[in-house]
Design a protein around this ligand. Structure first.
Ligand code: URA
Length: 238
């Protein structure tokens, strides 16, 4: 059970004071009865709530796909930098969402944002083997030996042995390479550190796929949208 004014303000119907005014004006109907008490307790998943003649669709969870821009932190709060949550509209911020895993400040591309803790856990736990695919630009020529080492499992600078990863070369010259990397875990700076371990440097990193879900290429960096039901099913059944 939750307070009516809290439910409505979480759904973007205004401050508690504004909701009190709506109730006073007789604009809120719960289970066919005009509400008198803005603090009434109800179960939003069971009750029918109508505001200004419009039936409210209550939902507990939101699922967003963002094309994360450079320079923004994947966290809910940061004392000095802008976060991905700052980029959301208030109507989404009220759900208290958080990013699923992290992308570095300078990494761009597909970032999922949700308030569904269970799905978050499933998607970031290495146990579930969810593939994350990155397009990366590297400062030197990437070669077959690197492919082999990624496959065997790279040992990082702190001694951690990575799970097997797939490395695909799109283009390789002495001036630099374009590659795709698929990993199933998400250690801190993982892709960058994997390349460091083979003496190379990532100069650009963009996540293009999360599980079976590709980045919507029509989203500009910094833009986001809700997942469709179909996309959410793809993720859940990953
Ligand atoms: N690997 C990295 O090094 N950085 C990211 O942001 C994601 C994966």
């Amino acid at each position: 059970m939750e307070r009516l004014d809290k439910i409505l303000s979480n759904l973007g119907y205004g401050s508690r004071k504004e909701i009190k005014a709506l109730v006073k004006a007789g604009a809120v109907i719960v289970d066919e009865k005009v509400v008198k008490d803005n603090g009434m307790q109800l179960d939003p998943e069971k009750s029918k709530i109508v505001v200004n003649g419009e039936e409210l669709t209550y939902r507990k969870y939101i699922y967003l796909m963002m094309n994360k821009p450079d320079g923004v932190i994947s966290a809910t709060f940061d004392s000095k930098d802008e976060t991905v949550i700052d980029l959301l509209y208030p109507e989404h911020q009220v759900f208290n969402p958080f990013p699923v895993g992290r992308l570095d400040k300078d990494t761009v591309g597909l970032l999922l944002i949700t308030n569904d803790g269970e799905l978050n856990h499933k998607l970031i736990s290495p146990k579930w083997h969810v593939d994350k695919v990155y397009y990366a630009e590297i400062d030197k020529a990437v070669d077959e030996k690197d492919i082999e080492r990624f496959k065997e499992g790279i040992e990082l600078d702190d001694g951690y042995k990575c799970m097997s990863a797939k490395l695909e070369i799109e283009e390789a010259t002495d001036e630099g390479s374009k590659v795709l990397v698929t990993v199933q875990e998400g250690k801190y700076h993982q892709v960058k550190r994997m390349f460091e371990a083979v003496g190379k440097k990532v100069v650009y990193l963009r996540r293009i796929k999360f599980g079976n879900l590709p980045l919507d290429e029509t989203l500009e960096e910094g833009e986001y949208r809700e997942l469709t039901e179909e996309e959410l099913n793809v993720l859940i059944n990953n």
